[in-house]
Ligand binder design. Structure first.
Ligand code: ITT
Length: 189
């Protein structure tokens, strides 16, 4: 079946395509001229549903969206749903530097990524899947893979950052990988 991947983030497109390759769905990116809606919700679930439902209705096709973020214990869970605009900064590098600044001298480096994936249908039906991964934040970036805060984040039980892993390795343990595995299982067999 045809499914639109409703995201403007190329890193998410890559990870979703890899994780769902076994389903045999025809995953399509957003057509030119179709913009993502503004994220006005206050939770991952609200924002994922807003993104998936808006695009599904607009294109009359099933649409898959992810809303995700990084929750840092020492910052009381920030940046959370505001991870994409942390510090009002425009690039991953600037946001990573800002996060390191905020955590300078902080011994508690615990954090987790959370993802809510929603598959919405034009008739209004939705399916919702969640995943999370706990870990620790380094004091400087390592690795070139992934996107966002990946170069700073070492998952629990690992010694490499998510940015030092392949797309397959990241999928096996990441918040988004966990959520997408649930979707995959719900649609296999
Ligand atoms: P779309 O809304 O168009 O999908 P976005 O990047 O704005 O793209 P979000 O609103 O869900 O997506 O923001 C999520 C932000 O959280 C993202 O920009 C990163 O800064 C961070 N993030 C989420 N998942 C991540 C991951 O797997 N690795 C690193 N950072 C991640």
């Amino acid at each position: 079946k045809r499914v639109v991947v409703a995201t403007s983030n190329p890193g998410k497109v890559r990870e979703i395509a890899e994780a769902l390759s076994g389903l045999g769905w025809q995953l399509e990116s957003l057509p030119a001229g179709i913009d993502m809606p503004e994220e006005t919700g206050s939770s991952y679930e609200e924002n994922a549903s807003l993104k998936a439902c808006t695009i599904a209705t607009r294109l009359s096709l099933p649409a898959l969206a992810d809303d995700s973020g990084l929750e840092v214990d020492a910052l009381d869970g920030q940046p959370g749903v505001y991870s994409a605009r942390f510090g009002n900064l425009d690039t991953d590098n600037e946001r990573n530097a800002h996060l390191l600044d905020k955590l300078r001298g902080q011994g508690n480096r615990r954090a987790r990524f959370r993802s809510v994936v929603i598959l919405a249908y034009p008739d209004g039906d939705i399916e919702c899947y969640e995943g999370e991964v706990a870990g620790n934040l380094l004091e400087g970036p390592r690795g070139q893979g992934g996107f966002g805060y990946d170069p700073l984040f070492v998952p629990e039980g690992e010694d490499r950052t998510l940015a030092e892993m392949s797309v397959e390795e990241k999928r096996a343990i990441s918040h988004r990988g966990v959520a997408l595995k649930k979707l995959l299982e719900a649609h296999s067999g």
